[in-house]
Design a protein around this ligand. Sequence first.
Ligand code: ATP
Ligand code: MG
Length: 257
Amino acid sequence: MSQPFKLEITNIYKDYQLKNGTIFKTLENLNMQIKSGEFVSLIGPSGSGKSTLFNLISGLELPSNGDILLDSQSIINKKGLVSYMPQKDHLLPWRTILENVILGLELAKVPKEEARKRALLFAETFGLKEFMNEYPSALSGGMRQRAALLRTALLNNDVLLLDEPFGALDEITRMHMQQWLLSIWEKLGNTILFVTHSIDEAILLSDRVYVFSARPATVKEIVNIPLSRPRKSTMMVSDEFIKLKKILIELLNDNTE
Ligand SMILES: Nc1ncnc2c1ncn2[C@@H]1O[C@H](COP(=O)(O)OP(=O)(O)OP(=O)(O)O)[C@@H](O)[C@H]1O
Ligand SMILES: [Mg+2]
């Protein structure tokens, strides 16, 4: 028997009603099927509905129609079942890094001492050991992203939703963070859904890339990335990589016409 999917998005629609009464269609008949342990990227025009989809999967918003299944169970309107790192890092400036990263655990009612212990166990892996008692202002951009990722990873769910986690980083820090994320993913074995605007990043990290159409977003194409693992930044100049890049550029250009 074939294995059931980890996460299934079936016939999802999301409409917003604007203040003037207009119905604003954001997602339209969206379907996705994600296997356990897969690394899947979502790429599509700005404003197409990628963050909206993450808000639906994490139970923060309700779809207008359709269903979302985690391990074959509907998770519509259910919070806390997937770990979500939103587009902004949302570190609170008045809390230390340790107090920031345990925020999600506190909300999940894990006793504070236990939460601190768990966070400190991971501090070294996330390259934050010396900085756990500092405030966010003492961290570089890359470190802030790692702290936000640690807060998300500590929730210990099988599925991680990462919305442009490296969007604000310079090229060099970004390359380090990509390699680091791949090593964490290989260690933890999570299923990752990753939103990015970078075609290179989507190819380098993913098993598959979902290309979204312009709003209302629907799945325009699914591109398989058959590059071997472990992935290295130098692969980005290989013929195979460039071929995949050409396919994605053509699909994305076609969106804006
Ligand atoms: N609460 C809301 N009310 C009305 N419209 C909304 C609401 N939330 C999102 N939208 C609209 O839905 C569309 C999709 O937004 P979303 O943030 O999901 O896009 P995105 O694909 O993540 O874009 P980006 O790549 O720029 O982050 C946008 O046009 C946005 O204005
Ligand atoms: Mg977004």
